[in-house]
Design a protein around this ligand. Sequence first.
Ligand code: ZN
Length: 101
Amino acid sequence: MGGLLLIIVAIFLIWLYIRTGNGEDAKYDIKRTMEQNMICPHCHIKGSVKTNTVKQKVGISGGKATAAVLTCGITLFGTGLSRKQSMTEASCSNCGMTWRF
Ligand SMILES: [Zn+2]
């Protein structure tokens, strides 16, 4: 029991570090540097692009659903019905274009 408790405490501390630690600041710095060096693919102006991480729900396609039926759900087990994909949404303050990648 003591060992298990130690593991739980360790996981909690790691979680706490990721959530509040320097990791967030470093991530923000990388993001800011990336934004400053990004060139808008629409108006080709450097440094006017702002990025945002968005979660996009990716649904199952018709073809995949058919394949799942044919394989008795084996494909479904592997891919799931729908999943959330993390994407970056970029917007340009110069030309007003918004795009995702
Ligand atoms: Zn632009």
